[in-house]
Design a protein around this ligand. Sequence first.
Ligand code: COA
Length: 177
Amino acid sequence: MSIEIDVLNGDASWTLVKPLYDAVWPPEVVAGLPWAGITFAHADLRVLVQDETGDVLCHVGIYRRIVTWNGQKINVGGIGGVLTRAESRNRGLATVALNAAIQTLKHEDSVNFAMLFCARDRIPFYTARGFEAFDGDVYAEQPDKGRIRFDELAALVHDVKRTAPTRGTIDLCGLPW
Ligand SMILES: CC(C)(COP(=O)(O)OP(=O)(O)OC[C@H]1O[C@@H](n2cnc3c(N)ncnc32)[C@H](O)[C@@H]1OP(=O)(O)O)[C@@H](O)C(=O)NCCC(=O)NCCS
């Protein structure tokens, strides 16, 4: 099987990616996940791993965001929406797509570090791929609630242009991803 890896505009590629989201995260599955009920941002860019027929096997979303860290504005690259079709797992596709996402952020001169949120049982998967736990506090916005402490998911960071902080207070200054 040959695969193709592309980085596409987030909104324009959503129709390609939606069947993968529907297959991996149908509403009844999402209802049982730690992030059920949370409103997330839409990706600005998407890494797509496609098979020779164009079907999306794996996806990683990239989010551009100016956050604050201890009150100081910092440009970060968000990574989220990491998912692989059930029948295509354990072949390294998510690893390849995550690497492509980090490379993309490295090419964007202004991104200091990357940040990702995941269920606690996924932490080892990401730490094995260069991510580190962020042990500080994270705040985000939610519709109707305003600014909330965002602690339903574990926060992980990855160095890009600068060494990522692992402590302090990060305000996502918008929806989480
Ligand atoms: C988590 C998830 C994205 C991983 O996707 P994946 O494409 O299977 O990931 P990879 O193949 O890169 O790595 C998974 C495992 O496959 C194995 N693997 C990786 N590359 C491999 C290769 N080339 N050959 C054989 N096995 C390989 C490894 O054991 C690896 O796990 P480990 O290194 O942590 O032990 C996928 O399980 C998924 O979509 N889950 C549901 C959605 C979800 O929970 N997403 C995460 C949200 S935070």
